[in-house]
Write a protein that binds this ligand. Structure first.
Ligand code: XBP
Ligand code: MG
Length: 231
């Protein structure tokens, strides 16, 4: 077995990206900003990871929006995080097989990590609403948001988590749903299993160990983990 499983959050643990989109749009509307991100535009905007970075990138294509709002990004993003955590706390299901994999890895003494570009309050809200109030304690290392300066596809967040786990990349497995995520994990040296989701179906995942519809098939994770790790 691998020594640790390291999970991406959005799209991998749960289909949260629609809730992020909703939270961004509700925040723009509440602030009387004339922006609305439909699903087609949002899919393109996901090329830029991180909510603050995503807004800044969007503003480059808004001729008069840029000057008006650029200095308000941190404030807008805080309001978006408040909206998103409230949406998630109302109840969000994990993707098939995720809870079982976490539970069985824990029981087998395999360590667990989180490596995400999303903000820490969002991770806590998702995990506590889906796995219970003590969910964060299941994880031996959590890397989220601005804890590293360069977000995915840079490897930094995965290197941060590996450093916290004190494990070599080759002994661990990363779980991702996006091209940016796979690039980050592979650049950190991690074998990476991909479960594409709503916003990443049909994308390319160069270097992935396996691309699976989800982790729900009884044998799926173990079939692909069998040859990986320190054993
Ligand atoms: C996905 C992202 C995040 C979220 C928004 O992260 O790109 O930016 O869309 O989160 P991952 P914030 O799949 O790596 O978890 O607004 O909190 O940045
Ligand atoms: Mg993701």
């Amino acid at each position: 077995l691998p020594s640790a499983l390291i999970f991406d959050v959005d799209g991998t643990l749960a289909e949260t990206e629609e809730l992020h989109r909703q939270a961004f749009n509700a925040t723009f509307a509440a602030e009387q900003l004339p922006w609305h991100w439909d699903a087609t535009l949002y899919r393109k905007l996901l090329d830029v990871t991180g909510g603050k970075e995503r807004i800044a990138h969007f503003l480059k294509s808004e001729p008069d929006g840029a000057e008006r709002a650029a200095d308000r990004i941190p404030e807008l993003h805080r309001a978006k995080t408040d909206r998103y955590t409230a949406l998630v706390a109302a109840g969000t299901a994990l993707r098939p097989g995720v809870a079982r994999l976490i539970r069985e890895a824990k029981a087998a003494g395999v360590k667990l990590g989180i490596a995400t570009t999303t903000s820490l309050p969002n991770v806590e809200a998702l995990l506590e609403s889906s796995l219970g109030p003590d969910a964060m304690a299941l994880f031996d290392a959590v890397g989220a948001g601005d804890v590293v300066p360069a977000k995915k596809p840079a490897p930094d967040i995965y290197l941060y988590v590996l450093d916290a786990l004190k494990l070599p990349a080759a002994d661990c497995v990363a779980f991702e749903d996006s091209t940016n995520g796979v690039r980050a994990a592979r650049a950190a040296g991690l074998p990476t299993i991909v479960t594409p989701g709503l916003y990443t179906e049909g994308d390319d995942f160069p270097g992935a160990l396996a691309v699976l519809s989800d982790l729900g098939e009884p044998d799926a994770p173990y079939r692909h983990l069998a040859g990986v790790g320190a054993g």
